[in-house]
Each structure stands twice: as C-alpha cells, then as structure tokens.
Design a binder for this molecule. Structure first.
Ligand SMILES: Cc1ncc(COP(=O)(O)O)c(C=O)c1O
Length: 426
C-alpha cells in the first residue's frame, strides 16, 4: 500500500468514510506558496480552486502578522484590544454608510446563524427565504434550509425556496426586466405562502453571486426586486458574502454589482487567509439592540490574532492592488475561456466575474443536457495534469475556477493550456 493509501485508511478510521475529500484520487498536500501547492511526492499543482488562501498561500505578510500577534497576546474577546477595534473600523469603512458595525465570529456558519437571529429579532418574523440550490452553513437551522445537497433535517415549515434566474437557460426571448419580474414573482409567492401559514417573513438569505447555484450571469434588477418584496413584507435582506466578498468579483463586495445595499452582510472564508475569522456587518443600532437582548458573545470570534490576520489581508489587497488584478486577469482568463468555448463543442456557456469562472459543459442536443460525467472527467484529468479546479451547479456540470487573488497572466496561460488538453481528451 502506498503511503497516501495508508494515510487515507487512517483518515477513514478516525474521521469517518464520509468526511468529504476532493477527487477520485485525493491530493495529499504538504506545502503552499502563492498560487502553488506541493504534494507529499514533491509534485506542484496550480491552485485554481481555493478562495480561502485569498491573497495567496502562506502570504508572508499575513504569516508574519499572525506570528507576531500570537507571540505577543492572544485572549478571548472580552477585553479591550487596539487591533480588534482598528480592524473593525477599517473593515466597516469598506461598506456603504449604514453598514457600520460588525460582530466577529469564527465561521461563515456562525455568521449566517447570527444574521438570522438578528433578522428575526428586528422583524419579529420567523420566515426564511433561500434559493432552491444553496448552502449557507452547517448549524441546525442552516442545515435544515440547505437545498443543494441532501440533509437529514426536514425542510422547515418556516422556510421557502425560490429558483434563481439563469439567463443562459431561462431567457427564451424575454427581456431582463421580464425575466427578473418572472423570478421575483416566486419571492412574492414565498412571502404569501409563509403568511398563509401564519408566518411573517424575517429574511431573504442569498449569495448574490449564486456561486453554489452555478454562477449564472447576473440578471440586472432581480436582486433589487427580490429584496424590495421581502422588505415590503417587513423582512430583511441578508447578503451572504462568504464566497463573493473581499474583492473576488473585482469589486470589494459582490452585492455592489446589484445596486442594492443589504440590511445585513455575512463574511467568512477569505477573511483571514485561512485563519478562522468571519463576521456579520449590520447597522450599529441593530447590533446594539440585538446585543442588549441576546448578550451575544463569541469566545474566539475576532480575537487579537484573528484581527491581525484580517488586517493583514486588507493590507495585501490594497498594497498589491488585488481588486485591479481580479479585473484585469479576470478579463484575460475570460477571453481565453471564450476561445476554448469556440474550439470545444461541449462548452455550452462561459460565465465569470472577476477571478471566479464557470464553464458549463453540455451535450449537443436541443435541451443542452448537462454533460455531468464529462465535467467530472475534466476535473480529474486536470488534477492528474497538475491543475486543481472543481465543479458546481444543479447537475455538477459547471467547472468551477476560483484561484487565489494573486493569480497572474502566466498562471492563466498555464490553466488555459491544461484545460484545452483536458477538453480535447474527452
Ligand atoms: C455561500 C456560503 N455561505 C456560508 C458557508 C459556510 O461557511 P463555513 O464553512 O465557514 O461555516 C459556505 C461554505 O461553503 C458558503 O459557501
């Protein structure tokens, strides 16, 4: 048995057989630097998947900030600390006026759970509306409203799910306005259906990138209409920026492209470059009044080391102009993907925003039926050829590419060449 196989068996024994692993042949990583990962045999992989090491694996500025603070003081969150306050000030300054306070947590799940509690407290309602192919976390409530994979919890009586528009599939001759109206009508119907059960809506909880849904091209007006319907019924719009945030789309926050300022924003994954820090950004009066009613505290959430990591991520985003990089390298990758779509008939649709791309693989038939098997094959072929990507969407037929933000044109050329080969090998 190879040493990787032995490690896999040991993992099965102590972490269980169903603790998820990527790829048919899992990758055993030992080192990361920038956009590169190294496995136990010394083989290098281009990382075109991981958004948690947002400013690059083991970025020296972040490593140094964490190490310095860990060597100075780390303690729970009920003491005064300069870096924690300075980080909260700097972070909230990146949002529209009104979103001016933050509650720091350790994970996206905790952030979304807290956001739901705040929305229910403020609205006096209980109802939650989510998309019909979404994931927002693994707590009891968030697991129950998960719609993109099976969960043992029944879908709750207080929740409703709505379909998200995918202009490439759903347009059928309709204008943006007509399409947005058609899908927003589902939100209206969800609100009315909750009310028919005696439940007032508390929140619409969505990721405005709709990443898990398959990253459909943005439909102008849809999010604004959906949020307006929920607000008119007394609910709040919670925007989950766990995947979209911190410049991924080329704008600091994914919701900025929708023209709507959310009532509450939740943050996570990229926030500490791998250090577990997440948070809820909301109006000061909501955080204050909820805090009074709930005495919310989080032992580790936003401790001094986490705040130092978060601060260092913001430094690197600024110093290395990574939002500009997401826009310029993003455009470059997009053009390359468009060329691959012209060359390989199986590529039905290319979609992307900033440094987040989806390539939908479909069969050449009238219904554009999903090429799920082929998508899995491309993903595994690319892994064998040293490039890590994944797949998303209702049919798992959309290649998902979302590299660390220090992705450069040379990396893009490498990605495109390996992808071209994998598509050619089908
Ligand atoms: C959109 C979105 N929200 C929330 C979460 C949950 O975050 P965490 O795993 O940090 O709890 C995830 C995780 O994949 C996510 O993709």
């Amino acid at each position: 048995m190879s040493s990787d196989q032995t490690l896999l068996e040991r993992r099965y024994r102590v972490l269980g057989r169903n603790a998820p692993l990527f790829y048919e042949r899992p990758v055993h990583l030992v080192k990361g630097q920038g956009v590169w990962l190294t496995d136990a045999d010394g083989r290098e992989y281009l990382d075109v998947y991981n958004n948690v090491p947002h400013v690059g694996h083991c970025h020296p500025h972040v490593v140094e900030a964490i190490a310095r603070q860990a060597a100075t003081l780390n303690i729970h969150t009920r003491y005064l600390h300069e870096t924690v306050v300075a980080y909260a000030e700097r972070l909230t300054a990146t949002f529209a006026p009104g979103l001016d306070s933050v509650a720091l947590t350790c994970s996206g799940t905790e952030a979304n759970e807290l956001a739901l509690r705040m929305a229910r407290y403020r609205s006096g309602g209980e109802g939650i509306i989510v998309s019909d192919f979404s994931y927002h976390g693994n707590s009891e409530t968030l697991a129950a409203v998960t719609t993109c994979f099976p969960v043992p919890e029944p879908f709750p009586r207080f929740a409703r799910k709505v379909a998200i528009p995918d202009p490439w599939r759903d347009r059928q001759g309709r204008s943006d306005e007509e399409l947005a109206d058609q899908f927003a009508a589902q939100v209206e119907a969800a609100v009315r259906s909750l009310e028919a059960d005696g439940i007032k809506v508390a929140a619409l909880l969505i990721d405005t990138l709709f990443a898990n849904e398959g990253l459909p091209a943005p439909l102008l007006g849809y999010v604004a209409k959906a949020a307006a319907i929920v607000r008119a019924a007394g609910g709040l719009f919670i925007c989950d920026e766990v995947q979209a945030g911190f410049g991924r789309t080329g704008m600091m926050w994914g919701h900025q492209a929708t023209g709507v300022t959310p009532d509450i924003v939740t943050l996570g994954k990229p926030m500490g470059n791998g250090h577990p820090i997440a948070g809820v950004v909301a109006p000061t009066d909501l955080i204050d009044s909820f805090g009074l009613a709930a005495t919310y505290f989080n032992t580790f959430g936003g401790n001094p080391v986490s705040a130092a990591a978060g601060m260092a991520v913001l430094d690197v985003l600024e110093n290395e102009q990574l939002l500009e990089n997401a826009n310029s390298v993003g455009d470059y990758v997009q053009q390359g993907l468009d060329r691959l779509a012209d060359k390989h008939a199986i590529v039905g649709n290319v979609r992307g925003r900033g440094l987040f791309f989806g390539l939908e693989l479909v069969h050449d038939d009238a219904g554009r039926s999903p090429a799920t098997k082929e998508t899995k094959r491309v993903m595994n072929l690319m892994r064998e050829n040293g490039v890590l990507i994944s797949r998303i969407g209702r049919h798992d037929n959309i290649l998902k590419m979302r590299p660390p933000m220090v992705f450069a044109r040379t990396h893009a050329d490498h990605l495109l060449a390996v992808l071209d080969d994998a598509l050619g090998a089908l």
